[in-house]
Ligand binder design. Structure first.
Ligand SMILES: [Zn+2]
Length: 486
């Protein structure tokens, strides 16, 4: 146990920050220290910080990024005139289409040679550049993995990743864990990659992180994960939600729950739905936290031990734009995100493509950081009935996995078809009968209150997307024009 403590301190204070510095992810401990300090700030102080940072980001964007020089001129906004956060609303949102069309002009023009160098290099998306502080070109090219449509490309110099690591550290601190704590991560890599990668062995040694495959997982992969986790004894299980839930099912089937005792499970890359949270809590007997963010902007918000999702307000300005056509119901709307820390590619009011509600904090944890509620998922995952009702992905969870469905359905996927109909791909459990389907049809008919063509397709397994993720909802409605939207 003492050895564990020594290793944690060494990793958290020394080897993790130092090796990240070599990837140009600087000031990790400094950012973390600031975040711990501002964690208890009152709302007004958080907002004042945001305003200062916003002015700085806009001034930088105006001066160095051709896209913003033009855009701010066009909408008559001068960063010096920004008096309150809502003044940013005079700047039009940055759409995914803007990002695809103008990505080079969004980057600091002094770095155009670095953008070209990043384009020429054959590194995998997001792969860091070793010894980056000593190189002329330090931009990392990253692509977001939208489930449909053209991926967006962003360039970062390490600053976004440094911010993400620091936010992750603060999240772990909320659950009583210090930087450098032993952690198993189900990442977006395959089993073969994990088996053959030397860098992952170094990562285990220097970062105290056991990297496990998180995509395209079969039973043999889960067996390997279980064996490695038993040996490594992580205090944190982190990863792609579908990998964690798949692993939890495997652990239950093996009656191996007592062998794995993490202090927290942190899910990432997609919302965690109620039935998934329940499965993870029950299997690992610990709280489940969820991280919200994307490759373009990093970690924007995380759930606290009270289960509320707080925005990392020191470093992000988040707006929710109420727009009836966005598919959001009630007070929900399109999320717009402005990172407030210095990056070579500032994104102002980025329309990330998710729908949620935004409210001031009333969380018992006492943090004043605003809350994202009812994070319903991607706009493309929301089904709108003929009468205009927006059906979020969580509805399907309740239908297929809630109440009585969970005994009969192992896995499901909803396809929103071009014809306007719904196709349900279902992996049945042994006790699934024709009566189960009839019951589901009745329930869905009652709830949706519309004549919607529904088709049930019975499959042995649900195939992952090319990215390796298994989305709960697949949108085929705009398949031909997906390049223009998401
Ligand atoms: Zn809270």
């Amino acid at each position: 146990m003492i050895l564990d403590d020594v290793k944690r301190e060494l990793v958290g204070r020394c080897t993790f920050p130092a090796t990240n510095w070599l990837y140009n992810r600087r000031r990790l401990r400094g950012i973390y220290g600031d975040l711990v300090y501002s964690d208890a700030w009152p709302a007004q102080m958080l907002e004042e910080t945001q305003l200062q940072q916003l002015r700085r980001v806009l001034a930088y964007a105006q001066r160095w990024c051709p896209f913003y020089a033009e855009r701010l001129r066009h909408c008559h906004v001068d960063p010096k005139d920004i008096r309150k956060l809502s003044d940013v609303e005079h700047i039009p949102p940055l759409t995914r289409h803007d990002l695809i069309q103008h990505r080079a002009e969004l980057v600091d023009r002094r770095l155009s040679a670095s953008v070209e160098a990043a384009e020429r290099q054959a590194r995998p998306p997001g792969a860091p550049i070793p010894l980056a502080p000593f190189r002329r070109h330090r931009l990392v090219r990253n692509t977001s993995t939208g489930s449909t449509g053209t991926p967006v490309v962003v360039y970062e110099d390490g600053s976004t990743t440094a911010m993400t690591w620091a936010h992750e550290w603060r999240l772990k601190k909320w659950f009583g864990l210090a930087p450098g704590e032993r952690e198993a991560r189900f990442a977006r890599v395959s089993t073969e990659f994990v088996a053959n990668s030397k860098s992952l062995r170094a990562r285990q040694l220097l970062w105290n992180q056991l990297v496990l495959p998180g995509i395209n997982l079969a039973e043999a992969d889960f067996a390997l994960c279980l064996e490695r986790i038993r040996t490594f004894r992580p205090r944190i299980l982190f990863g792609i939600t579908s990998a964690l839930t798949g692993f939890a099912k495997y652990v239950q089937a093996q009656a191996a729950t007592a062998d794995i005792r993490p202090a927290v499970v942190i899910t990432w890359a997609s919302p965690v739905y109620d039935h998934e949270r329940a499965l993870l809590e029950q299997t690992f007997d610990c709280p489940v936290a969820n991280v919200y963010g994307s490759r373009e902007v990093g970690h924007v918000a995380s759930t606290c031990p009270h289960g509320r999702m707080h925005i990392h307000q020191e470093n992000f300005h988040v707006e929710v734009r109420h727009d009836p056509s966005s598919g959001g119901a009630g007070n929900s709307g399109q999320i717009l995100i402005t990172p407030l820390f210095p990056t070579p590619m500032p994104l102002v009011r980025y329309e990330i493509g998710d729908v949620a509600e935004l409210t001031p904090s009333d969380c018992p944890c006492g943090r004043q950081h605003p809350l994202l509620r009812n994070l319903l998922g991607r706009t493309t995952e929301i089904f709108t009935t003929a009468s205009g009702r927006a059906i979020p992905p969580n509805f399907w969870c309740r239908a297929f996995m809630g109440n009585d469905g969970s005994q009969h359905v192992d896995q499901f996927q909803v396809v929103l078809e071009r014809s306007g109909g719904l196709r349900f791909r279902v992996v049945r459990r042994p006790d699934y009968t024709p009566e189960t389907e009839a019951g589901l049809r009745r329930y869905l008919g009652d709830q949706l209150q519309d004549e919607i063509p529904m088709e049930f397709e019975y499959v042995d397994a649900i195939a992952p997307q090319p990215s390796g993720k298994i989305p709960m909802v697949i949108d085929q409605r705009e398949a031909e024009t997906a390049g223009a939207s998401r």
